[in-house]
Design a protein around this ligand. Structure first.
Ligand code: 3HC
Length: 285
C-alpha cells in the first residue's frame, strides 16, 4: 500500500482535536472535518493552545508548533478526504452517526485506504459491515488527553486483515504511542474495566456512602490514581460515560453494567462534566 502521509480525522471534539494534534505533530498532513464551523473553530483553537503548552514546557520549538498547525486543514467539506490514505472517525458515540460516516468514508476514500474508529465501546465488526471493505476497518482507541496518554488500543474486528491491523499498529508507533492489541468486545479492555469503576463511584455518592470529594481522595491517596473516579468522569464527559455504560449493558447483558441513576439524571440535566461547566464538580466562573 502507498505510504500514509495524509490522514482524515472526523470530529474536532475532545478526542478528534487531540488525534489531529498528534498526527500533525508527527509530520502527517491532516484533514480535520467537522459538521459545524463553531465546533471546528473550537477544536483548532484547542490544538493551538495545547501546542503552545508544549512550546512553553520546552518540549517543542515554536517553529515546529507553527509547522504542525499549518499541516492541519480544517474543513466542513468531507469530499476533502478524497486523497487521504487513512481516516479515523472520532464522532459522537452513537452507532447511527458512526454508521452513516463509515458508509460515506467508504464511498469517498481510495479503495486501498484503511478506515479506523476511535470508538470507545461500539463493535468494530458492526461498523466494518457498513462498508465494502470490512477487512480494512480497525479500531484505534486513543485516551484523553491524547497528546499525553501513551496507550492506543488497536482493535481487531472479526473481518480485519492482518495487513490493516499492522498498518494501524505502525501508525500508533509513529505517533510515539504504545499499541496494545485487543479483540472486538463491548468496551474493549479499557472501558469494560474503567467504566464500572466510575459507575460504582457514582453509586457510592448516590447512596450517601461518601461525598464525591471523599471518594476521589480515596482513589488518589489510597490507589495513586492521578485523578479520582468522579473527577475523571467529569473529565471524560458524563454523557460519554452514560453512552459507554449503555453499550456495556446491552452488549454484555449482565445487570452489573446498569448505569447509575444519578448519572442518568445528571446527563438529563445537562450536567455533562468539565465541558458544560458542571458535573460532580463546578468548573470555570
Ligand atoms: N495537551 C498536551 N499536554 C497536556 C494536556 C493536553 N491536553 N494536558 C496535560 N498536558 C501535559 C502538561 O503540559 C504536563 O506536561 P509535563 O509533565 O511535561 O509538565 C503533563 O501533561 C501533566 O499535566 P499537568 O501538570 O497540567 O496536570 P496533572 O499532573 O494533573 O496531569 C493529567 C493531568 C495528565 C490529565 C492527569 O491528571 C491524568 O493522567 N489523569 C487521568 C487521565 C485518564 O485517566 N485518561 C483516560 C480517560 S479514559 C479515555 O480517555 C477513554 C475514553 O474512551 C473514555
Amino acid at each position: 500500500m502507498e505510504e500514509i502521509r495524509r490522514v482524515g480525522v472526523l470530529g474536532a471534539g475532545t478526542m478528534g482535536n487531540g488525534i489531529a494534534h498528534v498526527f500533525a505533530r508527527n509530520g502527517f498532513e491532516v484533514v480535520l472535518c467537522e459538521v459545524e464551523q463553531r465546533s471546528l473553530d473550537r477544536g483548532l483553537e484547542t490544538i493551538r493552545k495545547n501546542l503552545d503548552r508544549e512550546v512553553a514546557k520546552g518540549k517543542l520549538a515554536g517553529s515546529e508548533a507553527a509547522a504542525a498547525l499549518k499541516r492541519i486543514e480544517g474543513t466542513l467539506d468531507r469530499t476533502a478526504l478524497g486523497d487521504c490514505q487513512f481516516a479515523i472517525e472520532a464522532a459522537t458515540e452513537k452507532f447511527e452517526v458512526k454508521r452513516e460516516l463509515f458508509k460515506e468514508l467508504d464511498r469517498t476514500l481510495p479503495a486501498e485506504a484503511v478506515l479506523a474508529s476511535n470508538t470507545s465501546s461500539i463493535s468494530i465488526t458492526r461498523l466494518a459491515a457498513q462498508t465494502q471493505r470490512p477487512g480494512q476497518v480497525v479500531g484505534m482507541h486513543f485516551f484523553n488527553p491524547v497528546p499525553v496518554m501513551k496507550l492506543v488500543e488497536v482493535i481487531r474486528g472479526l473481518a480485519t486483515t492482518q495487513a490493516s491491523f499492522d498498518t494501524v499498529k505502525g501508525l500508533a508507533e509513529k505517533l510515539g504511542k504504545t499499541p496494545v492489541e485487543v479483540n472486538d468486545a463491548a468496551g474493549f479492555v479499557s472501558n469494560r474495566v474503567l467504566m464500572p469503576l466510575l459507575n460504582e463511584a457514582m453509586f457510592a455518592v448516590m447512596e450517601g456512602v461518601a461525598t464525591a470529594e471523599a471518594v476521589d481522595e480515596v482513589f488518589k491517596l489510597g490507589m495513586a490514581h492521578p485523578m479520582g473516579p468522579l473527577t475523571l468522569a467529569d473529565f471524560i464527559g458524563l454523557d460519554v460515560c452514560l453512552d459507554i455504560m449503555r453499550v456495556l449493558e446491552e452488549g454484555i447483558g449482565d445487570p452489573k453494567y446498569r448505569p447509575c441513576p444519578l448519572l442518568i439524571r445528571m446527563v438529563d440535566a445537562g450536567w455533562l462534566g468539565r465541558k458544560s461547566g458542571r458535573g460532580f464538580y463546578q468548573y470555570g466562573s
